[in-house]
Every structure is written in structure tokens, then in C-alpha cells.
Design a protein around this ligand. Structure first.
Ligand code: 2AM
Length: 481
């Protein structure tokens, strides 16, 4: 079948995200050619949800390329990893100089770095874009975080900004802008996912405290989350949590949430963020605690056995219920600020290492709508970075410094209560420890350096004079009486 070059963009991979993105693109007035490795999937789509004059089904990659207007734009929505490299290899000889290859998967930023260089060396342009918002976002308006070859951006910008979620008073600010060169878009998406891990873990800890500490029922929890969603915590994740506490299982009539096995899964982007934070030497403790909390949850059988052996206190908190709910809200808000602060610090460290000129206010606005971490609070983050583009840490922006100062008493009370009644709140605790660690001009690392120098001659610096020092600790030590 010979195609006429009439389509604005091509899309490969018709799993649910690919299908929905294709329908979104078609709904904005663009014509789109689609291809899937398994042909029956393409045919099912083009005779079903994709049965539209502007959606053209293709059975070969050559047909797909032939259907596109130059400069051609081909978006790959396939499984991240070797499948993307295979496709690039097959597509490269079919394309011409100046055409654009786009990867919309959750790709490791270093893979996009490499592919950008390889594809550019072949005379083509490359984009690795974050796509967030799940199935519904893909269909109605995702958050898009593109990075790669800067020359590709003007070519895809109209389509990307047309299909992205919109925010702002007039609903006309697209949650999509150019992030930066090479893997910058995928890195921003990875940090988005890591922050999402932290947000979800914090919400789960708040739930457990309210359930076991304050004895709240599911309908009461729904009310609490509904109220929280009207204030500073207003966000998609708080909103869906509210709804989850109202949902009943059609078969048993019980609350569905109570029937779900407490064993969490993960696809790996949170783990990547933790691993890369360790490589950079920045403390992204919230995402790391969230990843570990999922690992611990997965040890269900071991926990069931241990629950018969290991002892703990009575989990009930005897204080005033309404007061405790408000304290948990404040602890959640403060922890969330610390978590986002860590995410932006990691972005800045990666940007410095990779030489990416990142615009943090713009990144906050890309996350303002469409994606899973969308929240009103991102307006404040954008404002903080607009006021001070080189802000060292979000916690130092006056608005957030003040918010943390106001919340800290409740935050400390909640963490102390959790420790006393034995409710595990690793993310709340880790967030508070980060806040307390960061705000101290002095930490006990003087002792740590002494220990390192004592056993390993690792040397230390001094506070009273410059230079590097080593001491003969065995000679200096005195008997302790
Ligand atoms: P399939 O329907 O033929 O399996 C998510 O897995 C999507 O990625 C699916 O559309 C799948 O196509 C596609 N996919 C996975 N591996 C691929 C590969 N090596 N080449 C092309 N498409 C691939």
C-alpha cells in the first residue's frame, strides 16, 4: 500500500498510552499515522476507537514514514529499553535529514543522552519526552516534558502544546515546555515520578496514623481528605484518596480499600531517582524511604510471621481527635515541602553535572496540570523560582520558610506520637530529619571525620585554619577515668 504524505505526525506502539495519545492528537485537528508491531492491534484500533478520517493505520514502518509530511515526526510509545534502540535502528534509514524521532516512554535519562547523540550523528533530530497523567491524561491532556535536540522543539511545539493539559486563570497555559538538551526531559519525568512516590507514601502514612492513632473510619477519612483538598494540600492524589475511601466492592459491599492486599508494586522510576541521587551525592531521602517502604510492604509473609513475635505499644493515640487530624495535615504539608525541595535540589545537581540550563519555574508549571503530582502548591513553587531562579533550596524561599516554621510544632508532635504509639512513618520522620539536618550550621560530622582519620588516616579539615590534617590519635588519646 503506498501512502500519501499527508499526516502531521506518526505514532508507533498502540498500547493504551499510545492509543490515547493518538486520539488526543487527532482530536486537536492533527492527522496521525499509526503503527503497531502486531498488525491486528493496529487494525482493531483503526476500526474501533481510532476510526476517524485523520487517523491512518499503517502495516509497515515504511508505510508509516511514507504517510508523513516532511520534516517527519515519529513518536515511539513502546516498551522502554532495547525496543526503542531496535526501532531507531530500523527507522533511521527510512528517514531523511531533519526528521524527528521522539521517545515517549519512561526512559532512563542516560539512554536518551546516548540516543540523542547517535540519532543526531545520523543527521536526524531526537526527543525523549516525559509523558505523565496515566491513561486519562494521555487522552485528555498530559503533562509533557520534552528534552533532546533543541532544533526539534520548534517542529513539535505546536502539536505538543496543543495536546498538553492547560492551566492558569484562562486555562491557556500548556503543561509542556522545552526542558533542555539530551536526557533532561526524561530526568525531569523521573524526578516527577520520584516525587510522586514520596507524595503517595506520605499520604499512606497520614492514613495509617488517622486510622490507628485517631480511629477514623473510611467515611471519616473521606471527609478529612475532602477538607484537606480544599486547602494547601489541594492536589490530584489527595482528591483520588478521598474518593478511594468512599468506594465499595460491588460483590461484598465492603470498602474496597480494606480488601486490597498491602503489598506494593513498582516499575522502577523511583528506584532510578534514588540511585542517581546516590551517584550525585544529594540526599533525596523521601523518594528513597518511599521505595524502601514499598520493598518492606512486599515482604508480606515475613511481616505476618514477625507480627506474632515482635512487640510494640498500643497504637491508639488518646489525644483530641480533631486536633490530631489537623496536626497530621500540617505534618503532611511540611513533609511535602521537604520532599519537593529534595526533588529540585537533585534536578539542580544533575543540571550542573550535565550542563543543562534548566528553568525550575517552568518545570513546576509543567507539573501544575495533567500529571499525577498536579497540585495547587506548584504555583507557589513556580513563584519561588521566578523570584529567585538560582534558589538553593525550596525551603529557603520565604513563603516555604514561613510555612515550615508554622507547621513544625505539629510536625514534631506527629512524628513523636507515631514513635510513641508504634505507627511506622518513615517518610514523615525522614522529612523532619532532613529539615533539622539542613537547618543546622553544625552537625556531628566533626566526630565522624575524627573516626575516619583515627582508623584510616582519611584526614580532616579544621574550623580554625585552612589545610588538610592528620593526627596520630593513639599518641593523643588519654586514659578515661
Ligand atoms: P505489540 O502490540 O506488538 O506487543 C507496549 O508493550 C507497546 O510496545 C505495544 O504496542 C508493543 O507492541 C510495543 N512493542 C514492544 N516491543 C516492541 C518492539 N521491539 N518493537 C516494536 N514495538 C514494540
Amino acid at each position: 500500500m503506498t501512502q500519501q504524505a499527508t499526516c502531521d505526525i506518526g505514532l508507533i506502539g498502540l498500547a493504551v498510552m499510545g492509543e490515547n495519545l493518538a486520539l488526543n492528537i487527532a482530536s486537536r485537528g492533527y492527522s496521525i499515522a499509526v503503527y503497531n508491531r502486531t498488525t491486528s492491534v493496529t487494525d482493531a484500533f483503526t476500526s474501533g476507537r481510532g476510526k476517524q478520517p485523520t487517523v491512518v493505520g499503517c502495516h509497515t514502518l515504511a508505510d508509516l514514514v511514507a504517510a508523513l509530511k516532511p520534516p517527519r515526526k515519529v513518536m515511539m510509545m513502546v516498551k522502554a529499553g532495547p525496543a526503542v534502540d531496535d526501532l531507531i535502528k530500523t527507522l533511521t534509514p527510512l528517514l531523511t535529514k531533519g526528521d524527528v524521532l521522539i521517545d515517549g516512554g519512561n526512559t532512563l535519562p542516560s539512554d536518551t543522552d546516548r540516543r540523542t547523540r547517535e540519532v543526531e550523528a545520523a543527521g536526524l533530530l531526537y526527543i525523549g519526552t516525559g509523558v505523565s497523567g496515566g491513561e486519562e491524561g494521555a487522552l485528555k491532556g498530559p503533562s509533557l516534558m520534552p528534552g533532546g535536540s533543541p532544533a526539534a522543539w520548534p517542529l513539535v511545539k505546536p502539536i505538543f502544546q496543543a495536546i498538553a493539559a492547560k492551566v492558569g486563570p484562562q486555562g491557556d497555559i500548556p503543561c509542556c515546555d522545552w526542558v533542555g538538551p539530551r536526557g533532561a526531559g526524561n530526568y525531569v519525568k523521573m524526578v516527577h515520578n520520584g516525587i510522586e512516590y514520596g507524595d503517595m507514601q506520605l499520604i499512606c502514612e497520614a492514613y495509617w496514623l488517622l486510622k490507628h492513632g485517631a480511629g477514623l473510619t473510611n467515611p471519616e477519612l473521606a471527609q478529612v481528605f475532602a477538607a484537606w483538598n480544599r486547602g494547601d494540600l489541594d492536589s490530584y492524589l489527595i482528591e483520588i484518596t478521598r474518593d478511594i475511601f468512599t468506594a465499595k466492592d460491588p460483590d461484598t459491599g465492603a470498602f474496597l480499600v480494606d480488601l486490597i492486599l498491602d503489598k506494593a508494586g513498582a516499575k522502577g522510576t523511583g528506584k532510578w531517582m534514588s540511585q542517581l541521587a546516590l551517584d550525585l551525592g544529594v540526599p533525596s531521602t523521601l523518594v528513597t524511604e518511599a521505595v524502601y517502604a514499598r520493598c518492606l510492604s512486599a515482604l508480606k509473609d515475613a511481616r505476618v510471621r514477625a507480627s506474632q513475635v515482635l512487640q510494640g505499644p498500643d497504637m491508639a493515640n488518646r489525644g483530641d481527635k480533631a486536633e490530631f487530624v489537623e496536626q497530621v495535615r500540617q505534618a503532611l504539608y511540611a513533609s511535602k515541602i521537604a520532599s519537593y525541595a529534595q526533588g529540585f535540589v537533585q534536578l539542580a545537581a544533575a543540571a550542573k553535572e550535565q550542563d543543562w540550563p534548566l528553568d525550575y519555574a517552568s518545570i513546576a508549571m509543567m507539573w501544575r496540570g495533567g500529571c499525577i503530582i498536579r497540585a495547587r502548591f506548584l504555583d507557589r513553587i513556580a513563584a519561588a523560582y521566578r523570584a529567585k531562579p538560582d534558589l538553593e533550596n525550596l525551603m529557603l524561599a520565604p513563603y516555604f520558610t514561613d510555612a515550615l516554621a508554622k507547621a513544625q510544632q505539629a510536625w514534631r508532635h506527629v512524628v513523636a506520637t507515631a514513635a510513641t504509639i508504634g505507627v511506622p512513618v518513615p517518610a514523615f520522620m525522614s522529612a523532619l530529619a532532613y529539615y533539622d539536618g539542613y537547618r543546622h550550621a553544625n552537625l556531628p560530622a566533626n566526630l565522624l571525620q575524627a573516626q575516619r582519620d583515627y582508623f584510616g588516616a582519611h584526614t580532616y579539615e579544621r574550623t580554625d585554619k585552612p589545610g588538610t590534617f592528620h593526627s596520630e590519635w593513639l599518641d593523643l588519646r588519654k586514659p578515661v577515668t
